[in-house]
Design a protein around this ligand. Structure first.
Ligand code: URA
Length: 219
């Protein structure tokens, strides 16, 4: 797996990361969603550099212009519900992408500290020989991404996989690194070192789904 950590280099991305983390600014849910969307656009732009390009000719009013255009068939899959704004950011750039959605949530058993990932809803086109982008803003334990990958297997073997995350915990990166095939790229806006006992990233930002869409009742 190739890991691309965009925070290795300073850019405008730092501003959006700082705002989604900020305990005051993040309370504005519209701004939070928009910032995640903007981060999705930046991650998508960086990711596009790894696609496969073919020379194409465009006719202008005054002549012909040659340019390389990507030829990948993209399927964009997001994990509900926190993945929705990130999905929109990626879709803003990949106009013709097909789309898949999956619900994966943490089901806490008797005690609050252990949980299992429950996958309930899945819609997906064929993935055979396509470029699969899997978007999930928070890569914490990595278990949701792995559960999603397993659930997608019956839909075909993708040519390559791009995992797109906003904040990743080092433990989660290590876990998925051992799990996903070699032709996988991991795109992360920034990385945190800690995961607390409840599986939240520290310092992280809190619950990305709640910040984007409001608090939920626990099941
Ligand atoms: N999901 C979140 O929303 N936040 C975390 O810190 C981890 C998983």
């Amino acid at each position: 797996m190739q890991i691309h950590n965009l925070s290795d280099k300073n850019s405008i991305l730092n501003t959006f990361i700082s705002e989604i983390r900020d305990v005051t600014v993040q309370k504005d849910s519209m701004r939070f969603r928009r910032n995640i969307e903007r981060i999705g656009e930046i991650l998508g732009y960086e990711m596009s550099k790894e696609l496969t390009y073919k020379l194409s000719t465009t006719e202008t009013p005054l002549g012909k212009s040659s340019i390389n255009l990507f030829e990948n068939d993209i399927v964009l899959c997001s994990i509900l519900r926190a993945g929705v704004p990130l999905h929109q950011g990626l879709l803003n750039y990949f106009d013709d992408a097909e789309n898949a959605f999956i619900s994966a949530y943490r089901y806490h058993r008797h005690d609050l500290e252990s949980f299992e990932i429950v996958v309930e809803y899945l819609v997906c086109p064929s993935l055979e020989n396509k470029t699969l982008i899997l978007a999930d803003p928070m890569l914490a334990t990595g278990r949701s991404l792995v559960a999603t990958y397993e659930a997608l297997k019956p839909f075909g073997i993708p040519k390559e996989i791009h995992l797109v995350n906003v904040i990743a915990a080092q433990d989660g990166v290590d876990y998925i690194n051992s799990y996903f095939p070699e032709n996988t790229h991991l795109w992360i806006a920034t990385i945190d070192q800690e995961l607390n006992s409840k599986g939240y990233i520290v310092p992280g930002l809190g619950d990305a789904g709640d910040l984007a869409f409001g608090e939920k009742l626990q099941r």
